[in-house]
Each structure stands twice: as C-alpha cells, then as structure tokens.
Design a binder for this molecule. Structure first.
Ligand SMILES: [Zn+2]
Length: 467
C-alpha cells in the first residue's frame, strides 16, 4: 500500500466547507432513521467508537470499490494512508485513535454513483470519548453519475466541480457573468494512464486546461496552454489512484454561445493492483511474458484488468495457461494481442466481448501449469490480424509500462514460484461451456481444479452445508 500525503490543513478546511455548506442539489444532508434512508445501493452505514477504537461498517447491496483515506493530523503535518477494498458489498474498517485528531475521507466509487463522507475524529477534553467534530455518519455526498452535461452548472470552484466519468464528453460554456474558470473532477480507482483533453475551443478565444491532484488545487501537475490551436491535450499520463481536479480557464475573453468539450479517458492500465513483478520477459528462457504476484503472496482473487480497450478473442481453459483471456487491441496503429493467464474459473468476459482499458476480466489464480498464485501476461504483435495460435510475434509488455520497470528490477530474483512448459505443444483446450458441464471426477482426470461449491450446489449432491 502506498502512502500519500494527500491533505494539508487548508484542504481540510475545504472539506469541512464541502460538508457544511449545502448549496447544490448534489449535496444531501440526511438523518438516517431507517435503513432505506440511505441512497441506493447503500443499505447500512455506521460508525462506532469504543475506548480508542473506531469501527466503520458499511453495507451495500451491490459490489462496489471503496477508498478510505485517513489522515493523522499533528500540528501542521498530516500523515495520510489509504485503504482500498475491491468489489465488496460489506466493509468493516477498524482502527485506533491516538492523541492527534484524524481526518477521515471515505469514498465509494461505482460506475453509477459516487458516495463520500468526511469526518474529523478526536478524543474529547478528558481524553476518553472520541468525538466527530464536523459531521455525523449521516452526512454525506451522493452523486449519480448520469449527469452528463455541465451546461449551466455552478462549477466555478473546486468544491463545486462537476464530476467527469471515464470517456464521457462534457460541454461547457464560459460567459462574462460567471468567473472565467470551470472546474471538473474525476476519480481513478486504480493507478492508470489517462488522456485528458479540451477541444472544440471556440474560435477567437483561448481556453487553457489544468490538471491538479486532490492535495492542492492551486498548483497544477500539468497545464495545456497552447494559444494557436483549438485543442489542449495530455496523452498517456500515468496517475496514481485517487481524485483529480481539472480546470478550464479563459485566457483572453469568453464565448458564451459556443461550447468547449472537456473529456478524460483511461487509455492504459497495469493489469492488476500488485506491482510485485516476480519474473520478466526472456526469450532465451522461453518466458514470453511477465509474471506479477498477488498483493498478498499466495492469496488468489486479485482483480485482473484489460490493459487497453479491445475485443476478447479467447476466454477458456488451456492445460498450460489455465483459465486464459486473449484481447486484441489497436495500439498506436498496430494490432496487439494481450494475454492473461492462470486466472480463476470465474472469468468476467466472453469471446467477442468488447472491453475498455481497466475493465475487470478475471481474478488472479494459479491454474494451468503454474506453481503459485500469479498473473502471467503477454503482448504479441499481430501484423494485419491476430490469431489465437502461437504464430504471433511475442515482445516484452514492459515497453508499454516503462514506469513499472523499477518493480521488475527490485524483485526479479525473489520469484517464489516456477512455471513450466508455458508453450506446451500438447496444450489441451476446453471452452467454458464444456468446463461447466464436467463432473468433479472428469475435472480431476484432466487436472482442472474443482471450484469451491456454493451451499446450494452442496445440497444438490448431498454434502453437508456449513458456513
Ligand atoms: Zn509467466
């Protein structure tokens, strides 16, 4: 888990203002008396304190990602930590409060909505009870992500920023009776490479584009300030997960009749949360891909993501690759195939499905010819069309992830597993339909792992059901 110093005292004050000043429809302050007072899909949300222990519980009725940022405040310093939990519907976070106050910023992110709440926790004057000095757990911000247009939006400060969804085009206007800036924000749930652009800038005006991370909306991390074209463009910038702010600023006047368009898009992503690269690409060793261990070594289930937009061409069982997905993508004009191997049985994609960079395609596993939980991923240059055989030219996927090479270097000698016969010519293949119809006995003969059974499945074949 990375540590980031995300907040300063000033942004802490900003957050307090966000919570306390409810001047937009986006902000909702509610007293939750019944469970169903929470916005869908949240079904329960509570914060309990006992002695120095704080316990946050949150339930949803669909699986969502959670990002909890908590900051220990000590004088002018703040230490930030983040906790992420992926695709869960039941969150429980416990931690201890020391002598310094804690700022907690809890965020749930989903394709359809965004939920966040902030609180400052500190001990009372007697040093005994923990109190929440800016809010209670029923104060929160909840946004549906459908809001597509920012026309007329009051997005003139970072606090009022309009949320941008991945790939969505947003029209905006700058007019003289407003301030000369529009603010937007977006959230990345995983480190990733983004494109950010401002285009369709009306002729006769010059609008510039700025990108900020959430720690400081006065000092940009990138600025596009061309004066002689109608577009500002940031390409393939690697950003850490978190919230980002975007500002469109008028440099020389307004055009209140013609809109500009602002858009960001996740265009490339490392294929899993972990960066523990345990084995690199090597043609001499016949290892034509890169191995990445789990966040917690040995624990399967980490999300596997498509590294680019593309189309699934293979999603099935292979005796060597285990459960494997191939995706064909157009990358800088070349047709490239990416391969993701040794996954668990519950693949998230099927053949011919279109995916986007960062879409979950499966879970990290240890299937096929693999001796340890890891992702083996490959890239192959297809020429004019990609085939599923091994005739395509393999090359080192790290050329697309130069920033990640540091991880390969530091742990390459620490591989804790071996793969054998990756390119077994005797590769035996079964489709997911065929796999589903197999009995445990048939699977055993073929060395295909038998998944854990649900209580219903156990009941069906007369096995004892227990939790
Ligand atoms: Zn490998």
């Amino acid at each position: 888990m990375k540590k980031k110093n995300l907040f300063k005292i000033t942004s802490l004050l900003l957050l307090m203002m966000v919570l306390l000043i409810s001047n937009t429809t986006v902000f909702a302050e509610k007293k939750a008396e019944k469970k169903n007072d929470y916005p869908y899909p949240i079904t329960d949300f509570s914060l309990d304190t006992k002695d120095n222990q704080v316990s946050i519980k949150l339930k949803t009725d669909k699986k969502v990602n959670l990002l909890l940022e908590y900051n220990k405040i000590n004088g002018h310093k703040s230490q930030a930590e983040q906790i992420r939990q992926k695709n869960e519907d039941n969150f429980k976070i416990d931690f201890e409060i020391g002598d310094e106050p804690y700022l907690l910023d809890l965020t749930l992110d989903h394709q359809e909505f965004f939920f966040s709440t902030s609180m400052i926790l500190e001990k009372d004057d007697n040093g005994k009870k923990i109190r929440n000095i800016i809010s209670n757990t029923s104060d929160y911000v909840f946004e549906k992500k459908e809001s597509s247009s920012s026309i007329g939006a009051m997005n003139e400060t970072p606090d009022d920023a309009t949320r941008l969804s991945d790939g969505e085009t947003n029209e905006g206007y700058i007019s003289p009776d407003e301030s000369d800036v529009d603010w937007y924000k977006f959230y990345l749930s995983e480190d990733g490479y983004i494109d950010l652009q401002l285009y369709s800038i009306p002729s006769g005006v010059d609008y510039d584009l700025y990108l900020y991370d959430s720690s400081d909306t006065t000092d940009e991390i990138w600025a596009g300030m061309n004066s002689d074209n109608n577009r500002e463009l940031l390409q393939e910038r690697l950003l850490d997960y978190g919230t980002y702010y975007v500002k469109v600023k008028s440099f020389n006047g307004y055009d209140e009749d013609n809109s500009y368009i602002v858009q960001w898009e996740l265009v490339k992503q490392w294929p899993t949360e972990s960066t523990r690269i345990s084995r690199g690409y090597s043609e001499s060793n016949d290892h034509l891909g890169v191995d990445v261990g789990a966040v917690t070594a040995g624990d399967d289930g980490d999300n596997i993501y498509s590294i680019w937009d593309g189309t699934v061409t293979r999603a099935e069982w292979s005796s060597s690759y285990g459960y494997v997905v191939y995706i064909t993508s157009s990358v800088d004009g070349d047709l490239i195939q990416s391969r993701y191997a040794h996954m668990l049985e519950d693949l998230d994609v099927t053949v011919n499905e279109k995916v986007q960079a960062g879409d979950k395609i499966g879970d990290m596993g240890n299937t096929g010819e693999s001796d340890g939980v890891h992702l083996h991923f490959e890239t192959r240059d297809c020429g004019s069309s990609c085939s599923n055989d091994n005739s395509e030219d393999p090359f080192d996927p790290m050329v697309y992830f130069p920033e990640y090479k540091q991880y390969l270097k530091s742990v390459s000698s620490a591989a804790n597993f071996e793969e054998v016969h990756m390119y077994d010519k005797e590769e035996v293949v079964y489709t997911m339909d065929e796999i589903k119809k197999m009995t445990p006995e048939q699977r055993a003969i073929l060395s295909i792992p038998v998944p854990k059974m649900t209580p219903e499945q156990k009941k069906l074949i007369g096995l004892p059901v227990q939790d």
